[in-house]
Design a protein around this ligand. Structure first.
Ligand SMILES: NC(=O)c1ccc[n+]([C@@H]2O[C@H](COP(=O)([O-])OP(=O)(O)OC[C@H]3O[C@@H](n4cnc5c(N)ncnc54)[C@H](OP(=O)(O)O)[C@@H]3O)[C@@H](O)[C@H]2O)c1
Length: 265
């Protein structure tokens, strides 16, 4: 099927990707991915990995597939695609390596990262890496240097930077709720304060969604819309579950916070 780029493989996979994203969005309202202390543990079926290992193995295709496909494209030496390559590598170096290595794991917590989640993550990252890299260096026609002054690029980049900054700052607040070497009798979860937590239970997720919204606008391609749909479909329901969990477990949880979208949800 050729309808978007004219390449049968790409266009067919894009349809498959959007059908998969729809399934994930609907499925997420019946239960969130089995990882982490709140939603992994006993809910994680089959083989389970520790948090750091699970994150690194799951996110590695993000660091590998994109550059491989990118450098196979005929426009891989062009400035605008190379700019997006840098953004991508910074994003996925943080997600696949820096953040997992800096994570503070509660001693004695059992492995809670389901292998099924890793496999679902691989499918998403293979599609995501292929769609975006192939479009940026092979199929997309808009990425001349004039793209740097296009309003879609400028607005998208601003949203991306705001989202990425919020995501990293919120992850850092959460990390610092635990001491660098937590003792087993330290409470595993505390109420986070400051930064985006003034308004939201999950500003890290809102930041992630904003990042991919910005990326979709600044690259203006459907492959990026695919990952925006996957991210929002996965993280909005997870934020709602997390919000309920906090209200159930902390009597003094701030009532004014929304789950994931300021002022709305
Ligand atoms: N693009 C996507 O589709 C996608 C999907 C998922 C996640 N992400 C991103 O990946 C990053 C991590 O996500 P996540 O779902 O693992 O986030 P998370 O639930 O916020 O957990 C992150 C870390 O903080 C700890 N933590 C969470 N709440 C805490 C609290 N109240 N007190 C003390 N420690 C706490 C967790 O410990 P425990 O492990 O012990 O719970 C974990 O080590 C986020 O930036 C997120 O946006 C992206």
């Amino acid at each position: 099927m050729a309808w978007y780029t004219g390449n049968t493989l790409y266009d067919t996979l894009l349809i498959v990707g959007f059908l998969y994203a729809t399934l994930v969005c609907v499925g997420s309202f019946f239960g969130t991915a089995a990882y982490g202390g709140r939603f992994g543990g006993k809910r994680a079926k089959g083989i389970k990995l520790g948090a750091k290992t699970g994150w690194i193995i799951m996110e590695l295709p993000g660091l590998l597939v994109f550059p491989i496909v990118f450098f196979m494209g005929k426009n891989a030496d062009q400035t605008v695609p190379l700019f997006f390559l840098v953004i991508w590598m910074i994003h996925y170096s943080n997600r696949a390596v820096i953040n997992p290595l800096r994570m503070r794991v509660q001693p004695g917590s059992t492995a809670s990262f389901s292998l099924n989640v890793v496999i679902a993550g691989w499918i998403t990252l293979f599609l995501h890496g292929y769609f975006n890299a192939a479009y940026l260096t092979e199929f997309g026609t808009q990425y001349t240097e004039a793209w740097f002054t296009d309003p879609r690029f400028i607005v998208g980049l601003c949203i991306y930077v705001a989202g990425f900054t919020l995501n990293i700052h919120s992850d850092s607040i959460l990390r610092n709720l635990r001491s660098p070497n937590p003792s087993p009798d330290e409470p595993r979860y505390k109420i986070p304060y400051g930064g985006g937590f003034r308004w939201l239970t999950c500003p890290q997720y809102f930041g992630e969604i904003l990042s991919f919204l910005g990326f979709a606008i600044m690259t203006w391609n459907l492959g990026a819309v695919f990952v925006l749909a996957m991210t929002a479909g996965n993280l909005i329901p997870r934020a709602i579950y997390t919000h309920r969990w906090f209200h159930k477990n902390f009597d003094d949880y701030p009532k004014e916070r929304k789950a994931v979208i300021p002022g709305l949800l």
